[in-house]
Design a protein around this ligand. Structure first.
Ligand code: HAM
Length: 442
């Protein structure tokens, strides 16, 4: 837990001088209403696209056995080695992990629930929080949301194309245009052809041992492909000269990649071949891709994915080809804000003022009548006097105020005040909703 000393008595922050306050952890944030506006927009957009293509929503637990990700994502990846949050269960000392990504969990669920018996491929989409102990920076958090989609049991190249096409549609519907996003694509082969490539890669890096970072010197021994992920500046130069993996693909992987590129051309999806794109997770086979955006801060990866034909088997199931993608929700949100998509809170046009105990109680009934008719009615039932409630109504800029006092409760009436003209009318309770409705329409 993180404690921070209150710097001074600050009324706005309600921190008392000298008091220790509990704060959010570094790299984690509260998702407030202004954020949910974007999160909802992103999820609803995904629902429209993915559900049309028969993807079904799935939510797996946030906590899983650590070994799921160690096996699935790869023990010698940064995500597992450096970034995964591990907890020890009190009762049996079992190692648990806060899920760093979604693919391994969904494959676990597919196997556990016997979904290989269903019509294949089985298509999923998901939206939820993930955890990685990374250095926090703009668009990079330790708890972040992902919107992802997986297709398990589909080996054909149309599955890769479908995931890429839906990703593109998803981004375009959110307002990202062809002009500012681009698709990077590569193939990293399969267990048949990759060993030969790894041999060549090691040979190439051996000569340049002195020019790479200490992490890469370790990576080339433990998990050679990961050197191509390194963001270190001097390593990037070395990386550019590395042998391209595409030259080492076996006929099956080459045919798959060629067919996919042809299909992308047919679908009018532009792409850039990126010979160093390998992605940071070990489960990928054949296709890997990333949707990126370039702005004044540099290149941002909005989302990425690829094929993972070995993962069901690695996790203990029967071999099923699969492909998927995941987007970083905070990154999408950050770019949406940058591009001027503004959060507009829903403001009521009508406000209910109540004075006295009987009116306060009665207000619940009035509020329910309006809720059933889907008319937003502002209120602050905790306030007692007329002036303070009218002040709130004024701040909200409502068109009408409903006033319910002791006398109105006795008479079964309510005052309807037009805030523009200042005119007031007495209306019976049973007619108030239809009256307001009529006026709002006008
Ligand atoms: P990933 O590239 O590790 O892939 O993550 C996908 C996206 O999540 C990234 O492109 C980025 O936008 C976002 N992201 C990752 N880390 C952070 C962070 N610390 N803060 C904010 N956003 C972040 C996967 O996770 C794979 N499971 C994708 C996949 C699905 N492959 C196949 N199916």
């Amino acid at each position: 837990m993180v404690y921070k000393k209150g710097i001074k008595k600050d009324k706005k922050l309600s921190i008392k001088k000298g008091k220790k306050t509990v704060q959010t952890l570094r790299g984690m944030k509260d998702v407030l209403a202004k954020d949910w506006f974007y999160y909802d927009l992103i999820l609803n957009n995904a629902k429209k696209i993915f559900e049309f293509y028969n993807f079904q929503r799935i939510e797996t637990p946030i906590l899983e056995k650590a070994e799921l990700f160690e096996k699935g994502v790869g023990e010698k990846t940064d995500v597992i080695e450096k970034e995964m949050y591990i907890l020890k269960a009190k009762e049996n000392k079992e190692l648990l992990a806060l899920r760093p990504e979604g693919t391994a969990s969904i494959v676990r669920s597919y196997i556990e629930k016997g979904m290989f018996n269903l019509t294949q491929p089985v298509k999923f989409y998901y939206f939820g929080p993930f955890f990685r102990h990374e250095k926090p920076q703009a668009g990079r958090y330790r708890q972040f949301y992902q919107l992802g989609a997986e297709m398990i049991g589909g080996g054909d190249v149309v599955a890769d194309a479908e995931i890429i096409l839906l990703s593109k549609l998803f981004l375009e519907n959110l307002g990202f245009s062809k002009k500012n996003i681009f698709l990077l694509i590569n193939s990293i082969g399969c267990p048949n052809c990759r060993p030969l490539y790894i041999k060549e890669l090691k040979k190439y890096y051996k000569k340049l041992d002195k020019q790479i970072c200490s992490d890469c010197r370790r990576r080339i021994k433990e998990n050679p492909l990961r050197v191509l992920d390194c963001k270190n500046e001097k390593c990037s130069l070395v990386k550019q000269g590395a042998p391209p993996i595409l030259d080492y693909l076996c006929p099956e992987c080459r045919d798959h990649f060629k067919a996919l590129l042809e299909l992308l051309d047919y679908l009018n999806i532009p792409y850039i071949l990126d010979k160093t794109l390998v992605r940071g997770l070990d489960y990928y086979t054949k296709t890997v891709f990333e949707f990126c955006l370039e702005n004044e801060t540099g290149r941002i990866s909005l989302g990425g994915g690829g094929r993972y034909d070995e993962l069901t088997e690695t996790i203990g199931g029967i071999k099923k080809p699969a492909v998927g993608v995941a987007f970083g929700v905070e990154r999408l949100m950050q770019e949406m804000v940058r591009q001027g998509k503004k959060f507009k809170p829903t403001v009521p046009k009508v406000f209910l003022v109540q004075i006295g105990e009987a009116a306060q109680k009665m207000s619940f009934k009035i509020l329910e009548q309006f809720r059933k008719e889907k008319i937003l009615l502002g209120e602050n039932l905790g306030k007692e006097n007329l002036k303070s409630q009218l002040k709130i109504a004024d701040r909200l800029g409502v068109k009408y105020v409903l006033i319910l006092g002791q006398q109105e409760v006795l008479d079964g009436m309510i005052i309807l005040k037009d805030m523009n003209s200042g005119l007031q009318e007495l209306i019976p309770w049973e007619k108030i909703v239809s009256e307001v409705k009529k006026r709002l329409k006008n």
